[in-house]
Write a protein that binds this ligand. Structure first.
Ligand SMILES: C[S@@+](CC[C@H](N)C(=O)[O-])C[C@H]1O[C@@H](n2cnc3c(N)ncnc32)[C@H](O)[C@@H]1O
Length: 197
Protein backbone atom coordinates (compact mmCIF):
# COMPACT_ATOMS: atom_id res chain seq x y z
CA UNK A 1 0.00 0.00 0.00
CA UNK A 2 2.78 2.42 -0.97
CA UNK A 3 0.12 4.79 -2.35
CA UNK A 4 -1.42 5.25 1.11
CA UNK A 5 1.97 5.64 2.78
CA UNK A 6 2.58 8.65 0.48
CA UNK A 7 -0.88 10.13 1.01
CA UNK A 8 -0.74 9.85 4.78
CA UNK A 9 2.69 11.47 4.98
CA UNK A 10 1.12 14.86 4.51
CA UNK A 11 -2.61 14.65 5.27
CA UNK A 12 -3.39 15.56 8.87
CA UNK A 13 -7.16 16.04 8.63
CA UNK A 14 -9.20 14.49 11.49
CA UNK A 15 -12.98 14.16 11.54
CA UNK A 16 -15.48 11.32 11.87
CA UNK A 17 -17.17 9.91 8.80
CA UNK A 18 -20.72 10.83 7.91
CA UNK A 19 -22.01 7.28 8.53
CA UNK A 20 -20.44 7.12 11.99
CA UNK A 21 -21.96 10.46 12.94
CA UNK A 22 -25.41 8.89 12.33
CA UNK A 23 -25.03 6.09 14.86
CA UNK A 24 -22.25 6.54 17.42
CA UNK A 25 -24.54 8.03 20.08
CA UNK A 26 -26.36 4.67 20.16
CA UNK A 27 -23.22 2.77 21.19
CA UNK A 28 -23.14 1.53 24.79
CA UNK A 29 -20.62 3.52 26.78
CA UNK A 30 -18.28 0.56 27.43
CA UNK A 31 -18.35 -0.68 23.82
CA UNK A 32 -15.26 -2.30 22.35
CA UNK A 33 -14.90 -1.15 18.76
CA UNK A 34 -12.67 -2.38 15.96
CA UNK A 35 -11.85 -0.23 12.91
CA UNK A 36 -10.36 -2.35 10.13
CA UNK A 37 -8.41 -0.42 7.49
CA UNK A 38 -8.62 2.64 9.73
CA UNK A 39 -6.39 4.84 7.55
CA UNK A 40 -5.36 7.94 9.48
CA UNK A 41 -7.93 6.98 12.05
CA UNK A 42 -10.49 9.75 11.85
CA UNK A 43 -13.25 7.47 13.10
CA UNK A 44 -11.04 5.66 15.60
CA UNK A 45 -9.68 8.87 17.13
CA UNK A 46 -13.14 10.40 17.31
CA UNK A 47 -14.43 7.32 19.16
CA UNK A 48 -11.44 7.17 21.49
CA UNK A 49 -11.95 10.82 22.40
CA UNK A 50 -15.53 9.94 23.22
CA UNK A 51 -14.38 7.28 25.68
CA UNK A 52 -14.81 4.05 23.70
CA UNK A 53 -12.21 1.26 23.67
CA UNK A 54 -10.92 1.10 20.12
CA UNK A 55 -8.66 -1.27 18.20
CA UNK A 56 -7.50 0.26 14.91
CA UNK A 57 -5.78 -1.80 12.21
CA UNK A 58 -4.19 -0.76 8.95
CA UNK A 59 -1.46 -2.15 6.72
CA UNK A 60 0.01 1.33 6.19
CA UNK A 61 2.85 1.89 8.66
CA UNK A 62 2.71 5.64 7.97
CA UNK A 63 -0.96 5.80 8.99
CA UNK A 64 -0.42 3.70 12.13
CA UNK A 65 2.68 5.68 13.12
CA UNK A 66 0.78 8.96 12.78
CA UNK A 67 -1.89 7.58 15.06
CA UNK A 68 0.75 6.38 17.50
CA UNK A 69 2.09 9.94 17.74
CA UNK A 70 -1.41 11.19 18.61
CA UNK A 71 -1.96 8.29 21.01
CA UNK A 72 1.25 9.14 22.88
CA UNK A 73 0.73 12.92 22.77
CA UNK A 74 -2.82 12.73 24.07
CA UNK A 75 -2.24 9.68 26.31
CA UNK A 76 -5.02 7.73 24.63
CA UNK A 77 -4.85 4.56 26.71
CA UNK A 78 -8.12 3.30 25.24
CA UNK A 79 -6.61 3.01 21.73
CA UNK A 80 -4.90 -0.17 20.53
CA UNK A 81 -2.98 0.11 17.25
CA UNK A 82 -2.09 -2.78 14.97
CA UNK A 83 -0.12 -2.48 11.74
CA UNK A 84 -1.14 -5.54 9.76
CA UNK A 85 -3.08 -6.85 6.82
CA UNK A 86 -6.71 -7.37 7.83
CA UNK A 87 -6.66 -10.72 6.05
CA UNK A 88 -4.33 -11.95 8.83
CA UNK A 89 -6.78 -10.92 11.51
CA UNK A 90 -9.66 -12.96 12.88
CA UNK A 91 -12.35 -11.27 14.92
CA UNK A 92 -12.40 -12.76 18.42
CA UNK A 93 -15.86 -14.15 19.18
CA UNK A 94 -18.13 -11.76 21.11
CA UNK A 95 -15.29 -9.33 21.86
CA UNK A 96 -16.55 -6.34 19.87
CA UNK A 97 -19.82 -4.44 20.02
CA UNK A 98 -19.03 -2.39 16.90
CA UNK A 99 -17.11 -3.34 13.75
CA UNK A 100 -16.19 -0.62 11.28
CA UNK A 101 -14.72 -1.40 7.86
CA UNK A 102 -14.97 1.57 5.52
CA UNK A 103 -13.62 1.65 1.96
CA UNK A 104 -11.20 -1.21 2.47
CA UNK A 105 -12.81 -4.42 1.20
CA UNK A 106 -12.41 -3.28 -2.41
CA UNK A 107 -8.65 -3.69 -2.01
CA UNK A 108 -9.11 -7.46 -1.52
CA UNK A 109 -10.18 -10.07 -3.97
CA UNK A 110 -13.88 -10.67 -3.77
CA UNK A 111 -13.78 -14.08 -2.12
CA UNK A 112 -11.52 -12.75 0.60
CA UNK A 113 -13.78 -9.72 1.12
CA UNK A 114 -16.82 -11.98 1.48
CA UNK A 115 -14.93 -14.28 3.85
CA UNK A 116 -14.10 -11.27 6.04
CA UNK A 117 -17.71 -10.08 6.05
CA UNK A 118 -18.81 -13.56 7.16
CA UNK A 119 -16.15 -13.52 9.88
CA UNK A 120 -17.66 -10.22 11.13
CA UNK A 121 -21.16 -11.67 11.09
CA UNK A 122 -20.18 -14.89 12.85
CA UNK A 123 -18.16 -13.32 15.61
CA UNK A 124 -19.84 -10.07 16.59
CA UNK A 125 -21.99 -10.06 19.71
CA UNK A 126 -25.78 -10.03 19.52
CA UNK A 127 -27.24 -6.47 19.33
CA UNK A 128 -23.92 -5.13 18.04
CA UNK A 129 -23.38 -2.95 14.99
CA UNK A 130 -21.48 -3.56 11.76
CA UNK A 131 -20.67 -0.49 9.68
CA UNK A 132 -19.43 -1.10 6.15
CA UNK A 133 -18.72 1.10 3.16
CA UNK A 134 -17.73 -0.27 -0.23
CA UNK A 135 -17.40 0.92 -3.80
CA UNK A 136 -19.89 -0.59 -6.21
CA UNK A 137 -19.79 -1.38 -9.91
CA UNK A 138 -21.41 2.05 -10.38
CA UNK A 139 -18.10 3.61 -9.46
CA UNK A 140 -16.74 5.26 -12.63
CA UNK A 141 -13.42 3.45 -12.09
CA UNK A 142 -15.13 0.10 -12.66
CA UNK A 143 -15.46 0.89 -16.36
CA UNK A 144 -12.48 3.17 -16.82
CA UNK A 145 -9.45 1.77 -15.02
CA UNK A 146 -10.46 -0.92 -12.52
CA UNK A 147 -8.71 0.98 -9.77
CA UNK A 148 -9.88 -1.48 -7.11
CA UNK A 149 -9.28 -5.21 -6.92
CA UNK A 150 -12.98 -5.98 -6.52
CA UNK A 151 -16.33 -4.20 -6.69
CA UNK A 152 -19.70 -4.87 -5.11
CA UNK A 153 -22.90 -5.33 -7.09
CA UNK A 154 -25.99 -3.22 -6.57
CA UNK A 155 -27.84 -4.43 -3.44
CA UNK A 156 -25.10 -6.97 -2.67
CA UNK A 157 -24.26 -5.55 0.74
CA UNK A 158 -27.94 -5.33 1.60
CA UNK A 159 -28.48 -8.98 0.63
CA UNK A 160 -25.47 -10.10 2.64
CA UNK A 161 -27.07 -8.60 5.75
CA UNK A 162 -30.62 -9.77 5.04
CA UNK A 163 -30.61 -11.64 8.37
CA UNK A 164 -29.67 -8.46 10.30
CA UNK A 165 -31.68 -5.41 11.20
CA UNK A 166 -30.79 -2.71 8.71
CA UNK A 167 -30.42 0.55 10.60
CA UNK A 168 -29.22 2.50 7.56
CA UNK A 169 -28.52 1.76 3.92
CA UNK A 170 -27.42 4.06 1.14
CA UNK A 171 -26.50 3.09 -2.37
CA UNK A 172 -25.83 5.88 -4.78
CA UNK A 173 -23.43 7.75 -6.97
CA UNK A 174 -22.05 10.49 -4.75
CA UNK A 175 -20.04 13.57 -5.56
CA UNK A 176 -16.78 13.60 -3.62
CA UNK A 177 -15.59 17.22 -3.33
CA UNK A 178 -11.98 16.02 -3.47
CA UNK A 179 -9.48 14.76 -0.95
CA UNK A 180 -5.78 14.44 -0.51
CA UNK A 181 -4.28 12.61 -3.47
CA UNK A 182 -7.26 13.46 -5.71
CA UNK A 183 -8.13 17.10 -5.06
CA UNK A 184 -10.65 17.79 -7.85
CA UNK A 185 -14.35 16.86 -7.41
CA UNK A 186 -15.15 13.35 -8.65
CA UNK A 187 -17.90 10.77 -8.47
CA UNK A 188 -18.02 7.47 -6.60
CA UNK A 189 -20.47 4.59 -6.71
CA UNK A 190 -20.91 3.62 -3.06
CA UNK A 191 -22.89 1.34 -0.80
CA UNK A 192 -23.01 2.09 2.91
CA UNK A 193 -24.66 0.00 5.58
CA UNK A 194 -25.23 0.01 9.33
CA UNK A 195 -26.53 -3.42 10.32
CA UNK A 196 -27.42 -4.69 13.79
CA UNK A 197 -27.23 -8.37 14.72
C1 LIG B 1 -9.59 4.40 1.18
S1 LIG B 1 -8.66 4.20 2.64
C2 LIG B 1 -9.95 4.17 3.87
C3 LIG B 1 -9.49 4.62 5.21
C4 LIG B 1 -10.61 4.75 6.24
N1 LIG B 1 -11.27 3.49 6.51
C5 LIG B 1 -11.62 5.75 5.75
O1 LIG B 1 -12.66 5.37 5.23
O2 LIG B 1 -11.32 6.94 5.89
C6 LIG B 1 -8.19 2.51 2.56
C7 LIG B 1 -7.31 2.05 3.73
O3 LIG B 1 -7.27 0.64 3.74
C8 LIG B 1 -5.94 0.22 4.03
N2 LIG B 1 -5.84 -1.13 3.52
C9 LIG B 1 -5.98 -1.57 2.24
N3 LIG B 1 -5.86 -2.90 2.17
C10 LIG B 1 -5.62 -3.32 3.43
C11 LIG B 1 -5.42 -4.60 4.02
N4 LIG B 1 -5.44 -5.72 3.28
N5 LIG B 1 -5.22 -4.68 5.35
C12 LIG B 1 -5.22 -3.56 6.11
N6 LIG B 1 -5.42 -2.32 5.62
C13 LIG B 1 -5.62 -2.20 4.30
C14 LIG B 1 -5.06 1.26 3.35
O4 LIG B 1 -3.77 1.31 3.91
C15 LIG B 1 -5.85 2.52 3.62
O5 LIG B 1 -5.49 3.10 4.85
Amino acid sequence: MEKYNKTYSVNKNIKPSQILSLIWKNFLSNSKIIDLGCGQGNDSLFLVKNGFLVTAIDSSSVAINQMKVKKDELKLNNLELICDDITNFNIEKDKYQVIICRNVLNFLDKNKALEILNDFKDNIQKDSYIIIEVFTKNDPSFISNNKFVSYFDEQELLNLFSDYEIIYYLENIILDPGHFGFSSPHKHGVARIIAQK
